[in-house]
Design a protein around this ligand. Structure first.
Ligand code: VG1
Ligand code: CO
Length: 537
């Protein structure tokens, strides 16, 4: 029996950089999650008898939303739902399952690196048949549907047992509860030389931040690769991530950072975020920026079995440093520059134009799935360390000696009043035409624009993706507003300076004049009232 629930549309269900993200309290309003899920189902075609993958990062509300989404999928005509045991699926594992099961798509329940719990954040993202986040034309259609929705539908029935592996029926639909780790771990074994990593005898610390990668990392690192018990820290996913912010950066993964900088540092340190798609890489006394990590992985990927044929191309988001471009040029392959958000990589990966992709926000991945993948990056690093016998620090130094160094930092100003942030951006956009030729200290503006991207596979155009100010000599500053925050606005300022010769300087010192220029150009202090960023990564 299908039950129809009359509902009233909400006006704020616009997906951002990566799905719909709101405070849990917002999601707890009557019909809020149901409206969004029904809007997805109303927009997506080909549901009859099709397979849908559902899973999340285990945060507060995960199980409740999964239960109702299963009943709604049955009412929408799906033939099968594949759901991770306990409601758990990391974002890359969900992407893999969609692909290997030939699913129509998947619902990924996560607010990623945002904190979880009754007063924190929840999110819902729809991924399409290639395993990747829905492209803008789909998210725009979903958003349009949320504004007119009047009814949502479910098959009548009780909750299923999410903890018991195996199949049950909900209405005419089969629900299959699967081991969330098994297929993903098998894929990693195909891509990387597990025997070589095991034989290298490395030591490591992996911080799962009480989020979804705990079970994956324990199985892969400790069980299959033989790292010592205790290598995985904070390995049990908790609904509130233990009260921590599951964002693997130098602020929120401070303990790992301190360990890696101290006398007892193991060979390799890494962490992942709430939903398992980000990575933090720290060698003994050597932090590797995500932009550098992308470039170093691309330069060395051929050492891993899954990439021994070489790369077809590299893609990076616009705010990510140009370090990867130098690798692409040396390899004689294309480098694509896309807007922020993994959804823009999907077409390039599908078309075989890029093999490895990355973002400055600690996201790296390849064509093995259609999401960024935290553990994948960790394993590729381990494979490279094992194959070369070098330390992280040596790999970094050798890389910079060959390619030069893109000094890089991101300054985030969080919880800025939206009107003030919007005023800063619109004033900046108004100044763009006048900037070329202007001098800020020793820096001369070469070009300035509001980044627009034309997808080379389907010609679709995405405008207003962030303001770039490029200085002569390869340095630059980028300004954009976050599309994943849930309160106020977050201004992100991306700072980059290229130096071909001096590769062992202090990043803060190397970027000081660009920081000053950024404020002179955008009036950050004047508009936001802030003299310091909240987070520097
Ligand atoms: C941020 C990052 C972006 C990333 C996105 C989703 O978006 O900057 O690079 O793709 O988060 O990552 P924004 O709009 O807040 O800058 V995740 O791990 O939160 O799915
Ligand atoms: Co994430």
């Amino acid at each position: 029996m299908i039950r129809e629930h009359p509902t009233t549309a909400y006006t704020d269900q616009k997906p951002g950089t990566s799905g719909l993200r709101k405070k849990v309290r917002v999601f707890q309003q009557a019909n809020y999650a149901e409206n969004f899920v029904q809007s997805v189902f109303d927009v997506v075609e080909g549901k009859e008898g099709a397979t849908l993958v559902i899973g999340g990062d285990g945060r507060f509300l995960n199980r409740e939303v999964i239960q109702v989404a299963i009943r709604m999928a049955a009412a929408a005509g799906f033939g099968r739902v594949v759901v991770g045991q306990g409601g758990i699926l990391s974002t890359p594992a969900a992407s893999n399952l969609i692909r290997i099961r030939g699913a129509l798509g998947g619902l990924v329940l996560s607010a990623s690196h945002n904190p979880g719990g009754p007063d924190e954040d929840f999110g819902i993202k729809y991924n399409i048949a290639n395993g990747g986040p829905a492209p803008e034309k789909v998210t725009e259609a979903i958003h349009a549907r949320t504004r007119t929705i009047e009814v949502w539908r479910e098959v009548e029935g009780s909750d299923i047992d999410l903890d018991a592996l195996g199949e049950t029926r909900v209405g005419d639909m089969t629900v299959e509860v699967v081991d969330p780790v098994a297929d993903y771990a098998a894929l990693m074994e195909q891509l990387f030389d597990f025997a070589a990593i095991r034989a290298a005898g490395l030591t490591m610390a992996f911080d799962a931040m009480s989020a979804v990668t705990g079970p994956y990392a324990t199985e892969i690192l400790e069980k299959r690769l033989g790292f010592a018990p205790g290598t995985v820290r904070n390995g049990t996913p908790l609904p509130d991530f233990g009260g921590h912010h599951p964002d693997p950066n130098l602020v929120h993964a401070r303990e790992l950072y301190d360990l890696m900088m101290g006398p007892d540092a193991p060979d390799f340190g890494a962490a992942s975020d709430g939903d398992g798609d980000r990575n933090l890489i720290i060698g003994r006394s050597r932090f590797v920026t995500p932009s550098d990590s992308l470039a170093m992985l691309a330069a060395n990927a051929h050492l891993a079995p899954g990439y021994s044929q070489g790369l077809k191309g590299i893609a990076r988001s616009m705010p990510t440093s140009a370090a990867a471009d130098r690798v692409a040029a040396a390899l004689g392959i294309a480098c694509y520059e896309t807007p922020t958000g993994w959804k823009f990589f999907g077409n390039l990966l599908d078309a075989g134009m890029a093999t490895i992709c990355g973002e400055e926000s600690a996201g790296t991945g390849s064509d093995h799935v259609r999401e960024k993948d935290g553990l994948w990056a960790v394993l590729l690093w381990l494979n490279i360390l094992a194959a070369t016998g070098k330390s992280v620090d040596q790999i970094a130094r050798d890389h910079w000696a060959t390619f030069g160094r893109n000094y890089y930092a991101r300054h985030d100003y969080e919880g800025v009043e939206s009107e003030r942030a919007d005023a800063l951006m619109s004033e900046l956009r108004g100044r763009l035409g006048a900037l070329p030729g202007e001098r800020f200290g020793d820096l001369v503006v070469e070009a300035a624009d509001d980044f627009a991207y034309e997808d080379p596979t389907d010609g679709s155009i995405s405008r207003n993706q962030g303001v770039r100010v490029l200085f002569e000599g390869g340095s630059r500053v980028v300004f954009r507003l976050s599309g994943t925050g849930t309160s106020g606005a977050t201004l992100r300022v991306y700072l980059e300076r290229f130096d071909a010769a001096r590769t062992d300087e202090d990043t803060t010192a190397m970027l000081a004049d660009i920081v000053a220029a950024a404020d002179a150009i955008a009036g950050i202090v004047r508009h936001t009232g802030r003299t310091q960023p909240d987070v520097v990564t």
